[in-house]
Write a protein of this length. Structure first.
Length: 295
């Protein structure tokens, strides 16, 4: 376990402390603040990354690239109005792979492609299943709000059990049976009970925020800064923030504006879910390209 991971674990325990001694309002405000700051920031330099993939020597912003990126975000947002069920399924599937990828990209690049893709997806989906099972009633309410319909109550705890069984079978079949793999994934396997503690101890937004910021956004920021500037020093983070500032500000203001249309925490959570989904689709593609370039 490296220094960064030790800091993340200590910070996660700090999140549990906030849950134990803070009010529901404190949790909500702190969770939203984290998501709007580090959470949105970690996807705010997608255009710079895309431009690096296309032509590293090009100076200035590629306007055609900007327009295509904005079009994807807008189409993703509109999908929640036109076909909300399809949008939700697409978001969860995409995010499951994206979350799993962030955990395993440092050790699974030499695996067979199918093993790599399945492990990343199952690990990420297990994280969602843990979060959804921890807040089953609230999650079902959010889904009903997003789809504007009376969906059947999803038995998330049963779905979690099924996911755990499926994941365990994959680990037995494709991880433990191949020399060296179990040692590589041991840290991420041991983290799962810790993530479960975070999800089941706090509110939906707070549990998601603690995981999303500490275990996804910050590692993603470190990887992006290293790729763009060749180091993870403070000066490199300053360059990253300056480059991302206006895109981060626009996204943060846009998401915050939707909160004023929320009459309850459930509606606020629904708006947040849809807003994050809109920016997740292109960002997940960008990070897939980055990790392939870095492998």
């Amino acid at each position: 376990m490296n220094k960064i991971e030790k800091i993340l674990i200590l910070a996660s325990f700090g999140g549990l402390f906030v849950r134990s001694y803070g009010s529901a309002t404190v949790e909500l405000v702190a969770g939203l603040t984290l998501i709007l700051s580090f959470g949105v920031l970690h996807g705010a330099n997608d255009l710079l990354l895309l431009q690096q993939f296309k032509s590293p020597q090009t100076l200035g912003l590629d306007r055609h690239l900007l327009m295509r990126y904005i079009a994807v975000v807008v189409l993703a947002a509109l999908l929640f109005f036109w076909l909300p069920v399809l949008a939700i399924i697409s978001f969860v599937l995409t995010s499951s792979y994206h979350f799993g990828e962030q955990h395993s990209e440092r050790y699974d690049s030499h695996w067979k492609a199918l093993d790599r893709y399945v492990f990343r997806f199952l690990y990420g989906w297990l994280l969602f299943a843990l979060l959804f099972a921890a807040h089953q009633t609230e999650v079902n309410g959010v889904l009903a709000t997003l789809t504007h319909s009376n969906l059947p109550e999803f038995p998330w705890k049963r779905i979690l059990v099924g996911t755990v069984v499926l994941f365990a079978l994959f680990v037995l079949w494709r991880i433990m049976s191949i020399p060296g793999r179990l040692q590589s994934v041991a840290r991420d396997l041991l983290l799962l009970p810790f993530f479960a503690l975070i999800f089941f101890s706090g509110s939906l937004i707070w549990g998601f925020a603690v995981y999303f910021i500490l275990w996804h956004s910050i590692p993603s920021l470190l990887a992006q800064v290293q790729f763009l500037y060749g180091s993870s020093e403070l000066g490199s983070f300053s360059k990253y923030f300056k480059s991302a500032f206006w895109y981060w500000l626009a996204a943060a203001i846009g998401i915050t504006a939707t909160f004023f249309f929320s009459s309850s925490v459930q509606e606020l959570t629904s708006f947040l879910f849809a807003a994050l989904a809109a920016i997740t689709f292109p960002h997940a593609f960008v990070m897939l390209r980055l990790f392939k370039k870095s492998a």
